[in-house]
Design a binder for this molecule. Structure first.
Ligand code: AQP
Length: 347
C-alpha cells in the first residue's frame, strides 16, 4: 500500500453562499482542514450543489465558488497535499446523493434542526425539496470517498449522525462494506463561534443583517468595528472568565481570541479580568485585523489569476473522480442497478 492510500481519508466542504467566509467557518472548520492535511489524505470541496438549495443569484454563484476556493488556499489548504475541487465538477456526488435520499426516512429528514431553522426563515414558498434532502446529499458527499473522518463545526453534528445512520442502513440492507461509516471530527475549542450581536446564536453567513459576523474578505476596519461593538454581559465587576451560561458574549470573545492567537483561554482571561471589557475588545480587534489583512492579500493573489485557480480546481476534480467513480460503481452494484454494457453489462 502506498503512503497516500495507507492514510485515513477525510473530507469536508463549505457552501459558496457568500463572497466571503466568516470567522466561524475559519475557526470551526477551515483551520482544522489545514492542520489535518499533513496526516490524512484530505479532500476539500466547494459545496456549490448545496448552495442552490436556497434561492441564489446565478450571476454571482461562479464568482463566489472561485472566491470560496481562493479562501481555502489563503487559509493554507495546499493542493500538493490535499485534493481541492468543486462539488458539481464531480457528477458522482449527485448520483450517490440520490441513492442516499432513497434510504432516508421522511421523518428523520424532518427532524434536522438546520432544516427546521432554515425553512422557518425562508417560509414555505422559499423552502425547496433540495433544502429538505440536503443532509442526504451531504451523506453521499462523505460516503463517495470512503471518508472515515469529517472535520466540521458543532452545528454539523446532527447531520453527521444522520450520515452514520444512513451508512449503517446501507450496509445492513446491501451488505457489509457497501459504504464506510464515518466519524465527525469536531474541534475542541471554537466548534461554535457565536454571533457578536447575539451570542446565543451561531455566527452564520445567512444571519440577518450580518452585523455580528466577522467576514474574512471584508475591510479589516469593519471587523474591528464589529468586535468593538460586540454585545458583552451585564456584570459590574467586568469579570473576564470563560462561562458560557452566564457570560456568553465574553466567552465567545475569549474563544475567538484563543483560536486566533494560539494562547490559552485561561491566560487571556487572567490578563483582562477586572480591567474592563473594552481592553479585551480593543486587543482582540487588533489581533483579528492582523489575521485578516494577510489572509485577504493571499486570497487576492489567487483571485487575480482565475486561470490558475481553475487549473487547480480541474486537477482536483480529476483526482477526486478517480476515487469517487469506483466507490459509486460499488454502491450501484450493491443496489442491483444494471451495469451499462460499456462497463461489462449485466452481472
Ligand atoms: N459559527 C460557526 N462556528 C464554528 N463552525 C462553523 N461553521 C459554520 N458556522 C460556524 C462550520 O463551517 C463549515 C461550513 O459550513 P457551510 O458553509 O456548509 O454552511 P453552514 O454550516 O450552514 O455555515 P453558515 O455560515 O451558517 O452558512 P449559511 O448561513 O449559508 O448556512 C461547517 O463545517 C460548519 O460546521
Amino acid at each position: 500500500m502506498s503512503e497516500a492510500t495507507s492514510r485515513q481519508r477525510i473530507l469536508s466542504g463549505m457552501q459558496p453562499t457568500d463572497g466571503s467566509l466568516h470567522l466561524g467557518n475559519y475557526i470551526g472548520a477551515l483551520r482544522q482542514w489545514v492542520a489535518l492535511q499533513d496526516d490524512f489524505e484530505a479532500l476539500y470541496f466547494v459545496a456549490d450543489l448545496h448552495s442552490v438549495t436556497v434561492k441564489h443569484d446565478p450571476a454571482v454563484l461562479a464568482e463566489r465558488t472561485r472566491r470560496t476556493a481562493a479562501q481555502y488556499l489563503a487559509a493554507g489548504v495546499d493542493p500538493a497535499k490535499s485534493i481541492l475541487f468543486v462539488q458539481s465538477h464531480v457528477p458522482e456526488h449527485a448520483q450517490l446523493g440520490w441513492l442516499m435520499q432513497c434510504v432516508t426516512g421522511f421523518g428523520e429528514a424532518s427532524r434536522m434542526t438546520q432544516f427546521k431553522d432554515k425553512s422557518t426563515k425562508h417560509g414555505s414558498d422559499g423552502t425547496t425539496v433540495g433544502l429538505f434532502s440536503y443532509p442526504s446529499l451531504q451523506a453521499g458527499d462523505i460516503c463517495l470517498y470512503d471518508a472515515s473522518l469529517v472535520p466540521v463545526g458543532e452545528d454539523q453534528r446532527q447531520h453527521l449522525e444522520l450520515t452514520r445512520n444512513l451508512a449503517e442502513r446501507m450496509n445492513s440492507r446491501f451488505g457489509a462494506g457497501t459504504v464506510v461509516v464515518p466519524d465527525a471530527h469536531i474541534v475542541k475549542g471554537g466548534a461554535k463561534i457565536m454571533d457578536l450581536t447575539n451570542p446565543t446564536a451561531k455566527m452564520s453567513k445567512s444571519s440577518s443583517g450580518g452585523k455580528g459576523v466577522v467576514w474574512l474578505m471584508e475591510d479589516a476596519k469593519r471587523a474591528v468595528k464589529a468586535i468593538k461593538g460586540a454585545v458583552t454581559d451585564a456584570d459590574e465587576t467586568f469579570g473576564v472568565r470563560y462561562d458560557v451560561e452566564n457570560k456568553p458574549g465574553i466567552s465567545n470573545l475569549l474563544v475567538i481570541f484563543s483560536a486566533i492567537t494560539g494562547r490559552e483561554i485561561d491566560d487571556i482571561a487572567a490578563e483582562y479580568d477586572g480591567r474592563g471589557y473594552g481592553y479585551l475588545k480593543v486587543d482582540l480587534a487588533e489581533a483579528v485585523a492582523e489575521f485578516i489583512r494577510p489572509f485577504q492579500e493571499r486570497a487576492e493573489i489567487y483571485l487575480a489569476d482565475p486561470a490558475e485557480l481553475d487549473r487547480v480546481l480541474v486537477d482536483g476534480a480529476a483526482r477526486a473522480r478517480e476515487i469517487a467513480a469506483p466507490v459509486l460503481a460499488r454502491v450501484y452494484d450493491r443496489f442491483g442497478l444494471l451495469r451499462p454494457a460499456s462497463a461489462g453489462g449485466a452481472r
